[in-house]
Write a protein that binds this ligand. Structure first.
Ligand code: PEP
Ligand code: MN
Length: 338
């Protein structure tokens, strides 16, 4: 359920409504909007009596949210969520570019790639310190050492850091370095982890699970918002289908569909989506054409020697070509790329 209040509602009215919600064993969530202040309600809302709220001071409207997911839904918040960071906005008019290696491998590697990307004007550097790998024998990341390198490279080049967290215990360490915490595809339904990142105030990049539906993805995002963290960026990174000529099937349908059902920003990861180095560019452009708020792309100065995901990783020169094309394309899709 959602209660819309006038923007100038006095605090005592807001608190009275929230008090009544809590008294009914539900949870209130204040959602700021342009035209109204909204209080989203989660929990056993079927027990709430709408008229009891409808006639309270400052209440403009009481709305039942029909979807399974509530806080992430367009019904709950009509305007697009724009996440403000030191490195630019995510969502809204601006296109966000996140680029960097799949894994942080060494000081030399991450500094080299960061320098090239920073020269290209990229604001967010990605790189995994904790790597979820299909094989236990594959490179699983430098862990704490990788986080230290990301911290050093951030100080040197002033880039925002996007890095993955795998377990609740390492959230405090990752949070110290990350400007955006990534939840990878394999952990999209690790509900304990979702609860815990929901208690942080760092933006979360939530990647779609390998065989998750759009509704599954939105329900996972709901876990994070329900804990109080509204800064969630969704990411379409390809799903498993019967097709074997590509690593995954980048589900571009998901982009406009998610825009319809949710106010959260959505990015596209064409690298994992297609898994083929020289086909990353067209899928990056297609993602933006479909309405994505940005792209996340794997870049390495020497992709063939990358310790993970080399086959889908492009060089800084190839990244530069993509950026030029996206710049040319941005006005056509009514976007900006700074
Ligand atoms: C990654 O970003 O390198 C990664 C492991 O992605 P995903 O979780 O989408 O497979
Ligand atoms: Mn990867």
């Amino acid at each position: 359920m959602l209660i819309l209040l006038s923007l100038d509602s006095p605090r005592e009215d807001i608190d009275a409504i929230k008090g009544k919600i809590i008294h009914n064993k539900c949870q209130p969530h204040e959602i700021p909007g342009e035209t109204n202040l909204a209080i989203g309600i989660t929990g056993p809302t079927h027990k709430l009596i709408e008229d009891e709220f409808r006639f309270m001071n400052s209440v403009v409207e009481v709305v039942r949210v029909s979807k399974k997911y509530k806080l992430v839904s367009r019904q709950m918040k009509k305007s697009d969520t724009i996440i403000k960071t030191k490195y630019g906005n995510i969502g809204g008019k601006e296109l966000t570019i996140i680029a960097g290696p799949c894994s942080v491998e060494s000081r030399d590697q991450i500094f080299r790639i960061a320098e090239d990307l920073s020269n290209l004007g990229v604001k967010f550097l990605r790189g995994g310190a904790y790597k979820p790998r299909s094989s236990p024998y594959a490179f699983r990341g430098l862990k704490e050492e990788g986080l230290r390198l990301l911290d050093d490279v951030k100080r040197e080049f002033g880039l925002g850091i996007v890095t993955e967290v795998l377990s609740p215990e390492t959230i405090p360490l990752v949070e110290e370095v990350a400007d955006i915490i990534q939840i990878g595809a394999r952990n999209m339904q690790n509900f304990i982890l979702l609860d815990e990142v929901g208690k942080t105030s760092t933006p979360i990049l939530l990647k779609r699970g390998l065989s998750a539906t759009v509704e599954d993805l939105l329900l996972s995002a709901e876990y994070i918002l329900a804990q109080g963290n509204f800064d969630v960026i969704l990411c379409e990174r390809g799903i498993r289908t019967f097709e074997t000529s590509t690593r995954n099937t980048l589900d571009l349908n998901a982009v406009p569909v998610i825009k319809k059902h949710s106010h959260l920003p959505i990015m596209v990861d064409p690298s994992h989506g297609i898994g083929i180095r020289d086909k990353v560019a067209p899928m990056a452009l297609a993602g933006i054409a479909a309405g994505a708020d940005g792209v996340i792309i794997e870049v390495h100065h020497d992709p063939d020697s990358a310790l993970s995901d080399g086959a889908q990783t492009i060089t800084p020169d190839q990244m530069s070509i993509i950026l030029n094309k996206l710049k040319a394309m941005a006005p056509i899709v009514e976007r900006e790329l700074n």
